[in-house]
Ligand binder design. Structure first.
Ligand code: HEM
Length: 403
């Protein structure tokens, strides 16, 4: 009998307990805000953990009301117009009336809590996607080399040389190349330092390396920008697309088959793509780099987002409008991410360029080494350019009266 009563009591208890649990699971009832005294409810916390947007007006606007504040001398009074937590909320949501001794806008932001996504992205996907992206390009080039080998000069070598780039052009190219390589290496040192180098070198040695890298990165950036302007001025005319480019692209530039040489002028379509990638991406890296070099002085993202929203770009991508009210620190976060992402893209392109300009193609390096290339190489890769040069020489010869 006792045992029966015990089992009945247990079943009853389980039944009573299970009913509200099931109800709670079927239709979770929103906890009234008043139940938490105006603070976050369990629903708010769970929604935030699920990554959903929670309207935080209940906290954002709860920053004290001087008119209804308890008198400062009353028992349990606020000792002022707002409690400490109300003041901190106002600081956190940027509504506090802050006066600081410097005039910089960033100094007035005492709490900026919208940086965690940036930190996590920088330490996570940016590193992994960027790192694997570069390794992927190197892997693809290795496969290309194994399948295609070095692209040789197909026809008989003439021993005749023609000037392709003069010394000023070569100087600008190597200034661009040297500075870009230094910027790439020092940039990667600062990005991969925490996960890749500190475990290897220890914190003290890394601190020295990081300091030196930062100095090199900040100062060499000027050489890169100067060289970028130089090559733009030198080569822009010859990089304007023309009708031969599509034919060149349709044949893959002859890169994938022996003996195929689609005609091209001074620069072929592949080189034009490299040129414009260097100008546009290099320009964008320079601008975002300047924004990082002069912190808070050159904010550009709120402005850019406003323009993109006006055109409707977020809608095309199925995204919510981009934020247009950014704290000065958020501007810096966006500038850092953009600078790093675009740099990874340009590094990947340049790795392929370095391969083709050196080991990948016989005769190519001379163009930037001595400046003079083998005529047969030029005929195969830039046939129309050679024809133009020959025509020019012939015209000159005709114009000069025979002595
Ligand atoms: C060690 C590294 C590099 C090597 C061996 C190299 C080699 C070359 C060669 C041989 C050419 C001339 C191709 C021709 O005659 O048609 C060239 C052109 C060019 N290089 Fe480089 N380069 C290097 C790094 C860079 C870097 C880092 C950049 C930019 C950030 C760059 C940008 C360009 C551009 C825009 C051109 C003209 C377009 C083209 O030919 O693709 N180069 N490079």
């Amino acid at each position: 009998m006792t045992r029966f009563l015990m089992i009945a009591a247990m079943l009853l208890t389980l039944g009573l307990g299970a009913a509200p649990m099931a109800a709670a699971q079927d239709a979770p009832e929103a906890e009234p805000r008043a139940a938490t005294g105006g603070a976050s409810t369990l629903e708010d916390i769970l929604a935030r953990q699920r990554g959903e947007q929670v309207d935080d007006a209940y906290r954002r606007l709860d920053t004290g009301d001087p008119d209804s504040a308890a008198g400062t001398v009353d028992q349990l009074g606020t000792l002022g117009f707002a409690s400490d937590s109300e003041v901190y909320r106002a600081l956190r949501y940027g509504t506090a009336d802050v006066t600081v001794s410097t005039s910089a806008a960033a100094a007035g932001v005492l709490i900026q809590d919208r940086g965690m996504w940036w930190l996590q992205f920088r330490q996570g996907p940016l590193l992994t996607w960027g790192g694997y992206g570069l390794l992927g390009v190197i892997g693809l080039l290795a496969v290309f080399y194994l399948l295609r080998g070095r692209i040789r000069i197909d026809g008989p070598v003439t021993g005749e040389k023609i000037l392709r780039f003069n010394s000023v052009e070569r100087f600008a190219h190597w200034l661009l190349a040297g500075s870009f390589i230094l910027l790439g290496i020092t940039g990667l040192v600062s990005l991969f330092g925490r996960i890749g180098l500190i475990p290897l070198l220890g914190k003290d040695s890394y601190a020295v390396l990081a300091g030196a890298s930062k100095w090199v990165h900040n100062n060499v950036s000027w050489a890169f920008m100067l060289a970028l302007v130089m090559i733009f001025l030198f080569w822009v005319i010859e990089n304007i697309p023309n009708r031969h480019d599509l034919k060149w692209l349709a044949k893959g530039g002859g890169l994938f088959s022996k003996g195929v040489h689609p005609p091209a002028k001074k620069f072929n379509a592949g080189q034009k793509l490299i040129f414009w990638a260097v100008i546009v991406l290099g320009g964008s890296i320079s601008v975002s780099g300047l924004s990082l070099l002069f912190p808070f002085e050159l904010p550009m993202f709120a402005f850019t987002f406003e323009k993109l929203n006006a055109i409707g770009v977020p809608g095309w991508l199925g995204m919510a409008p981009f934020p247009t009210e950014l704290a000065p620190h958020e501007e810096m976060q966006f500038a850092q991410l953009w600078h790093a992402i675009i740099s990874f893209v340009l590094m990947a392109i340049i790795i392929a360029h370095i391969y083709l300009g050196s080991v990948g193609m016989e005769g190519a390096f001379d163009a930037m080494g001595s400046g003079e290339v083998e005529k047969q190489w030029a005929r195969e890769h830039h046939g129309l350019w050679v024809a133009e040069l020959e025509e020019k020489t012939a015209r000159k010869a005709r114009a000069t009266p025979a002595e």
